[in-house]
Write a protein that binds this ligand. Sequence first.
Ligand SMILES: Nc1ncnc2c1ncn2[C@@H]1O[C@H](COP(=O)(O)OP(=O)(O)OP(=O)(O)O)[C@@H](O)[C@H]1O
Ligand SMILES: [Mg+2]
Length: 231
Amino acid sequence: MMLEVRKLSAGYGRVQVLWDIDLSVGEREIVALVGPNGAGKTTLLRTLSGVIRMRGGTAEFRGRSLGDRSIEQIVDLGIAHVPEGRRLFAGLTVRANLLLGGWRTKNTDLDRVIELFPPLEPRLEQVAGSLSGGEQQMCAIARGLMSQPELMMIDELSLGLAPLIVDEILARLPDIAAAGTSVLLVEQDVDAALSVAERAYVLETGQVTLSGKAGVLLADKRIQESYLGIA
Ligand SMILES: Nc1ncnc2c1ncn2[C@@H]1O[C@H](COP(=O)(O)OP(=O)(O)OP(=O)(O)O)[C@@H](O)[C@H]1O
Ligand SMILES: [Mg+2]
């Protein structure tokens, strides 16, 4: 697999948050990571993108260890991270945000991301802070894609967005994956995440408690009771 995580542990200060995480993402694959608040989903993405150090275990991307690399080196390996809360440069235009996303890889071609997210085209000269929530998420994903990553990790895609917009954005993920960018999707909306992903992992209090094909998990009684509100 493209990304292979084995027995990874991580945390903050004296607090260990992640325990023995095993996870993988394949070529052109969409993998969902779901679980309750505080489970450690964001911490896992932050560890893989080099924001925090792993404390044990290994993570390899195309056979290369991520453990001792900086955030920039991990971007250069082909991993993009769309963080929780989107973190756009609110005072800069959409165009400038997108170009900054392509800066390290010298990609200035906006056509491809505009084609994926047409609502951004009339907004290119507008400052990102004035976009709607859905447009901001499109801009954040588009900015991540500008580095032409082979893996994109998206944290809380649906946060604060109306269901219709969430569906519109999720519907682009298969195209993104088919074009060569695998997606590791952290999502509170388990139903939506499992509907678009091929495989999924359930993370609870820092451990993977369930994993498998998304369709199988959707039909799993524990998932239905805990995450889908089906009694
Ligand atoms: N900077 C930090 N310093 C100390 N503890 C932290 C820090 N960030 C997160 N934590 C703790 O790590 C644990 C996991 O948090 P994390 O943000 O990874 O969870 P999450 O699964 O992303 O939750 P959510 O669904 O609410 O986004 C929580 O107990 C949290 O309090
Ligand atoms: Mg989180």
